[in-house]
Design a protein around this ligand. Structure first.
Ligand code: ATP
Ligand code: PRP
Length: 211
């Protein structure tokens, strides 16, 4: 059995066509089914539905052989035990620093102000500001980061931006790009070594579908 870990929503939706190109059709829709283990048209392939941030953990421990996870999630996880053969070029966005429209970020940075930064992406933010030599107090949040500067919890946020609609709707502006983000195929390293003949054809099919 080959187990593929996906998260509900955009990762599932955008991975479906790639699975299809590899000859795999998922039999149930995670938006309507409450099932967490989904059958496919292949008796030897199943999909499990986990939270986006948990995908690398399932693959790291071998509970799933493969998974699809955003670069943001992989950077926070650290990537231990994972082989990351392929950028799937789906779920594309950018990791950005954003501040309220009236806030002079460059001036604050120049003057060596200690910034309070709210984010779900603590490792990414820590590394980014350390590289810039900017002192920050990091405040860990689990979502709705855009709210933090509006109610005085933080000066800035580090979050994903795609269309910019969420920032605009909350009177925030992006001031710095940290990294482009897309989702990668991840594979359990031991599974790839021990079951290469079963897994490699899938990797090849994904590679062809994203080329
Ligand atoms: P959860 O729903 O478990 O809290 P999440 O909100 O991070 O997790 P999704 O919103 O489905 O889960 O995001 C999954 C991945 O898609 C993210 O890890 C990121 O790589 C990418 N992503 C997030 N927001 C966007 C966006 N606005 N546009 C494109 N890709 C995005
Ligand atoms: C992500 C991210 C931003 C938003 C940016 O949230 O955390 O809030 O997308 O996208 P935009 O620039 O196109 O507005 P997501 O869509 O995952 O919202 P959710 O966490 O509520 O699912």
């Amino acid at each position: 059995m080959i187990t593929i870990a996906l998260s509900k929503g955009r990762i599932f939706d955008e991975t479906l066509p790639l699975l299809k190109a590899a000859g795999i059709a998922v039999r149930e829709d995670p938006e309507t089914s409450r099932k967490l283990i989904l059958k496919t048209n292949r008796r030897d392939v199943r999909v499990i539905i986990v939270r986006a941030a948990d995908v690398p953990t399932y693959v790291q421990y071998g509970a799933a052989d493969l998974g699809v996870a955003g670069q943001d999630v992989l950077d926070e996880h650290g990537g231990q035990g994972l082989y990351r053969p392929l950028d799937l070029k789906i779920a594309r966005c950018r990791m950005m620093v954003a501040v309220p429209n009236g806030f002079d970020y460059q001036r604050a940075v120049r003057h060596g102000a200690r910034l309070r930064v709210a984010t779900k992406y603590v490792q990414t933010a820590r590394e980014h500001f350390a590289e810039k030599g900017v002192h920050v107090d990091l405040i860990k949040l689990y979502g709705s980061m855009e709210l933090a500067p509006l109610v005085g919890l933080a000066d800035a946020i580090v979050d994903l931006v795609s269309t910019g609609n969420t920032l605009r709707a909350n009177n925030l502006k992006a001031v710095e790009e940290i990294a482009p983000v897309s989702a990668r195929l991840i594979v359990n390293q031991a599974a790839l070594k021990l079951r290469r003949s079963a897994i490699q054809p899938l990797l090849d099919a994904f590679a062809r579908a994203t080329a």
